[in-house]
Design a protein around this ligand. Structure first.
Ligand SMILES: [Zn+2]
Ligand SMILES: [Zn+2]
Length: 351
């Protein structure tokens, strides 16, 4: 069995998991073009992928999704709430930049105000105004929600339109893509807590505490090789169900997002700091170390630390915290700590 982390961090996440007969991609958080480039770099053949699995709809996990799925003509597995949230996010109305959206709201507001002003019935106009304001607030809330990502960009500009960036990657003609950017070759639903299989891979999705519609981590088990690999990033804390899911894992991709002091003193606005630190944000180096020290069973050959913040963490701090936490575990050969990177794929881990 093999795990290849193509990218990990708030600017994009994607990992290939392969068994003897089956290969899946967990998340597609870079452009299609960049994902294909990175797969080529590490010798992963994209044409042999069987499916794409999505953990949650944040932009750093889905940037290249639709273009890559169409290009490879493979199914995409989501939970239903995640699929719905993703479809809402990629529909044209919400792919405009935040600045354009505010302009749009302002224009609508002015048009409504003009309408209200010209209305003869004062009472009616007051209620129309209230209705218009309610409508605007609701739309703004939806827009802000759709723009959420793990890369807290204070300007709230969306990254370049992946469909545009990947125009020469996409087999579907441009007008059709513009008509339905959520078009996928096939969509399959799974439920957190309910096992399902793709080829000879048994997959157990588990709920993680994170501010998305229905976020999940995954345990993958090869039926023929009896090896288990897990992906657990984007979680605000380690709840009992995640601790239970991460028993008996041979290769564990685990979040170690930030150093608490660096986050506290770092450049993020206060609201973003609060979000990262919240129970639905991201695991700090300390929280990850606490899990490794107290709850982890010590049985993995490799622990890959991932989703490291580029602003609020240093790889060696994350490694140090994890390695110190692991000193209590007896295995000398196992528990090797690796660091997943944002800018380049990690060499494949084969067991
Ligand atoms: Zn996320
Ligand atoms: Zn993320």
């Amino acid at each position: 069995m093999r795990m290849t982390v193509l990218a990990s961090g708030s600017k994009g996440n994607s990992t290939v998991i392969s068994s003897a007969r089956t290969r899946v991609l967990v998340d597609a958080g870079l452009s299609c073009k960049e994902l294909l480039r990175r797969m080529a770099l590490v010798g992963e053949d994209p044409d042999t992928l069987d499916a794409i699995l999505i953990t949650h709809e944040h932009i750093d996990h889905v940037t290249g999704l639709s273009v890559l799925a169409r290009r490879l003509n493979i199914p995409v597995f989501f939970t239903e709430p995640t699929h719905r949230a993703w479809v809402r996010m990629v529909t044209p109305r919400t792919t405009m930049t935040y600045a354009k959206w505010l302009d749009h709201l302002q224009q609508e507001k002015e048009a409504r105000a003009a309408l209200v002003a010209s209305s003869a019935a004062a009472a009616e106009s007051a209620s129309a105004e209230a209705e218009a304001i309610a409508q605007i607030s609701a739309e703004a809330a939806v827009a802000c929600d759709s723009l959420r990502s793990d890369d807290p960009n204070p300007t709230l500009e969306l990254p370049p339109d992946p469909d545009e960036a990947d125009a020469d990657c996409d087999p579907v003609s441009a007008p059709k893509v513009k008509a339905n950017p959520a078009a996928l070759p096939a969509v399959e639903y799974f439920h957190a807590g309910t096992n399902f299989s793709i080829g000879d891979l048994d997959i157990t999705p588990f709920t993680i505490p994170h501010d998305a519609a229905d976020p999940c981590g995954f345990v993958f088990e090869s039926r023929t090789e009896h090896i288990r690999m897990a992906v657990a990033t984007d979680l605000g804390y380690m709840p009992p169900n995640v601790k239970a899911a991460l028993k008996g894992i041979d290769v564990l991709l685990l979040e170690s997002n930030h150093d608490l002091e660096m986050l506290r003193d770092g450049p993020y606005p206060w609201s973003v700091k609060q979000r990262v630190l919240s129970r639905v944000g991201h695991l700090s180096n300390d929280a990850t170390a606490e899990f490794l020290q107290k709850d982890y069973d010590g049985g993995a050959a490799y622990i890959v630390l991932g989703h490291l913040s580029e602003s609020n963490n240093v790889p060696e701090l994350a490694r140090l915290a994890a390695e110190q936490a692991l000193t209590g575990h007896p295995s000398l050969l196992g528990n090797r700590v690796l660091l997943a990177q944002q800018g380049a794929p990690l060499e494949s881990i084969c067991l």
